[in-house]
Design a protein. Structure first.
Length: 177
């Protein structure tokens, strides 16, 4: 099964993110826009994982040491790869919660690597994906949001295509201290 570890959001946060996503959509010719239910921060992408490894992942998540904290999302932008644009909203770099989020990411990667999982070594960039493969004629201009997110848990998520709809299901939740 296809798995990842994420920070999920409360409904009121998703509503605020969707408002920004609506601005992006209105200025785009086309794109693959994240479903409201799927908005999250990816902490560790695991990809295809045998079912017998799930208990190990639960254990790894329980090893994470971090208090709850707030992250402020206040920047928007896009990553471009092969002429395809991925638009995102990103964490404010000077936000007090960023080092704690980075610590969770680093702890996860250390534990995952020790247990034989393949980990992505690229620098961690806390962001929420608004849309992939976005194309547009005119430059996109988005409001600079200020969205404060309370990070009080991390979740092991299963990603699957159900009748043509990308669906994420929480398999395990680790409450932070």
């Amino acid at each position: 099964m296809r798995l990842f570890i994420a920070v999920n959001f409360a409904d009121e946060i998703k509503t605020r993110i969707v408002k920004l996503q609506t601005q992006l959509r209105s200025q785009s010719l086309r794109g693959n826009f994240s479903r409201r239910e799927n908005l999250h921060i990816t902490m560790a992408f695991l990809g295809e994982t045998p079912e017998e490894k799930i208990q190990c992942l639960f254990q790894i998540m329980e090893e994470i040491q971090s208090p709850s904290f707030d992250i402020v999302f206040s920047r928007t932008g896009c990553f471009t790869h092969s002429r395809k644009e991925l638009w995102w909203i990103g964490a404010e770099p000077d936000c007090a919660g960023v080092p704690l989020l980075n610590s969770i990411h680093d702890q996860l990667l250390d534990h995952l690597e020790k247990e034989g999982f393949t980990v992505d070594k690229r620098p961690f960039n806390a962001h929420i994906t608004l849309g992939r493969e976005v194309s547009h004629k005119d430059p996109i201009i988005l409001d600079n949001p200020v969205i404060t997110v309370r990070v009080d848990h991390i979740s092991l998520m299963k990603s699957e295509n159900i009748r043509g709809v990308l669906t994420y299901t929480e398999l395990h939740r680790r409450q932070l201290l």
